[in-house]
Design a protein around this ligand. Sequence first.
Ligand code: FES
Length: 303
Amino acid sequence: MSKTLLRRTSHGRNSIRPAGTRAPFPKDMPMTSKSVTRPGRQPGDRAPRAAISAKTLRTDRWWIAPLLTFAGLSAWVIYATVRVFMHKWYWVEQYHYLTPFYSPCVTDRCVEGASHFGQWLPSWWIIPEAAFTLPFLLLFRLTCYYYRKAYYRSFWLSPPACAVPDNHSGYTGETRFPLVGQNLHRYFFYAAVAISLINTWDAILAFNTADGFGFGLGNLILLGNVVMLWAYTVSCHSCRHIIGGRLKHFSAHPVRYRAWTFVSKLNVRHMQLAWITLATLAITDFYVMALAAGWFPDLRFIN
Ligand code: FES
């Protein structure tokens, strides 16, 4: 029985053609001598881009994803910047809740109970309370493989979407300064692991309230945030390589293979985890701010 293929024509209708036959070149696609491989090209020569006069041949709403990404990331960065430089409403004395945006609190402006790692930075307004960790967290996210794609597309429009050209004349990838620094991502991953441990410690300490053991909605929010932070951190592409890379035979490393399998399952959700953790970080910070400011009380289950 002869096989057939279903294809959609440029006019939106379906047509059937036998398998193995060459698809006709669309009549409405302009083609010039530039788009044809030149016989004299040497290996390593750059292929010229097809000379298509239309900006893009895509007819779907490809601009929605970069637009939403731009709006989401901008909103989060504005919120986080405002919060980091407020220098207040970061600690709930009664329940020992500390927002992750101020952890660890290391300036001499910090409330004493919130300074689990000492106070060794001056309290200038330009210095965030978590000045020791925020730069590493920022660089970890900035060099993340997913976020790179997100902001290259939505902020630099380079390119804004697949099959949509950007306006840059040349392409050097990530081989020159400053983008060559993206290759440091694996080192920021190690810093992120240390910071996730600190956030976990904060969440554990929050069960020890001013009146002994206690448990409320704030604890659930802090715990949920920490779990999501770990999921995002462990799903990192660098983590996957650190755990399962550079091995010749998985059969000789069964523990690493199992760990790599687990990380790989999380890794396919890395984009979702990147956004979920932005949400859990903002929710956790807002909840702690609201309690510290006295806007509403914590919902307590025990003590
Ligand atoms: Fe996204 Fe490493 S690739 S955190």
